[in-house]
Design a protein around this ligand. Structure first.
Ligand SMILES: C[S@@+](CC[C@H](N)C(=O)[O-])C[C@H]1O[C@@H](n2cnc3c(N)ncnc32)[C@H](O)[C@@H]1O
Length: 290
């Protein structure tokens, strides 16, 4: 194998991403969210964002394995990898290219849509996600309470990691932050991919932890937050009243009456997750959620 990069820890040579694409005989299809990572430097340091943070790499789940450039790097740090890939041609290629690891029981390739297949128990997930489904995939993974390192659209990653009072803060920040500490660890330029996506990318690390507040019911809290952010330009007073059909409150006026005046005059973008939680608690008690 030529053109690959050297791994410091094992001395094993990493597969060259361009050679993998050539051997697979494919061109990434943007309509299928296929943008393969071809920058060796990004690929080689990517797993270190997981290992440096102490992620348990006993069983790494990779969603959207493509031609396997990242799979190859993950096999160097993990005991076991499960790779999910929707494209049948790529899934077959992965099984053939990594036949030794498959035979050794270190790699399992699951062909199918990540949103439909049964996922195994995993200790962490490291993925260059299909951007068209990144939100759904992340919100399917977060409740597993396992660390995630995911490549996403930069803007999406910034919204996940945003603090209250900033332009990027919204439903995504509160709902992701409900499960994990979220940080953007590295912006990644378009040129790192083949074919390059239309947008810039970023690597996001989500480390699970309990939130600093309690909620009456996770599902209700997340629906309540989603509901009021659909009216982010309105005051909370109006947002709570106008979105009862989404939050499922039969008596939103009772919530507005019982809540703190000052909070009801704020816009959702300035309300902290802990304030949302307290309000959801109140709404659960007096708003007659259905
Ligand atoms: C951005 S590419 C990443 C490929 C590879 N991991 C890399 O870094 O070069 C995303 C991959 O996910 C696959 N994919 C797209 N939608 C998917 C889905 N819903 N479930 C599983 N795989 C999907 C695509 O076929 C593609 O191979």
């Amino acid at each position: 194998m030529t053109g690959g990069s050297q791994d410091d820890e094992t001395g094993r040579e990493r597969r060259d991403p361009d050679a993998l694409i050539a051997r697979a005989g494919v061109r990434g299809d943007p309509d299928q969210d296929q943008h393969f990572l071809v920058d060796d430097r990004v690929l080689d340091r990517l797993p270190s964002y997981a290992t440096d943070a102490g992620f348990d790499t006993g069983h790494v789940l990779e969603i959207g394995a493509g031609t396997g450039a990242l799979t190859d790097r993950l096999l160097a740090v993990a005991d076991e990898v499960t790779a999910v890939e929707r494209d049948p041609t790529l899934a077959a290629f992965l099984r053939e290219e990594f036949a030794d690891d498959v035979d050794a029981g270190r790699l399992t390739v699951i062909e199918g849509d990540a949103l439909d297949v049964e996922l195994p128990e995993f200790t962490c997930s490291v993925s260059n996600l299909p951007y068209g489904a990144s939100s759904e995939i992340i919100f399917q993974l977060l409740p597993h309470e396992r660390p995630l390192l995911v490549m996403v659209q930069k803007e999406f990653g910034e919204r996940m990691a945003a603090e209250a009072g900033t332009d990027d803060y919204g439903r995504l920040s509160v709902t992701a932050g409900h499960y994990a500490d979220v940080e953007v660890v590295e912006p990644v330029p378009k040129e790192a991919f083949s074919p390059p996506p239309a947008v810039q990318s970023a690597l996001v690390r989500a480390t699970p932890r309990d939130p600093e507040y309690t909620v009456p019911d996770d599902e209700f809290f997340l629906e309540f937050v989603t509901a009021v952010f659909t009216q982010r330009r309105k005051t909370m007073r109006n947002a709570v009243r106008n979105t009862a059909h989404i939050s499922g409150l039969d008596d939103p006026d009772a919530v507005v009456d019982a809540a703190d005046e000052e909070l009801m005059g704020m816009r959702a973008g300035n309300v902290t997750p802990a304030q949302f939680a307290a309000l959801a608690e109140l709404a659960w008690e007096v708003g007659e959620p259905t």
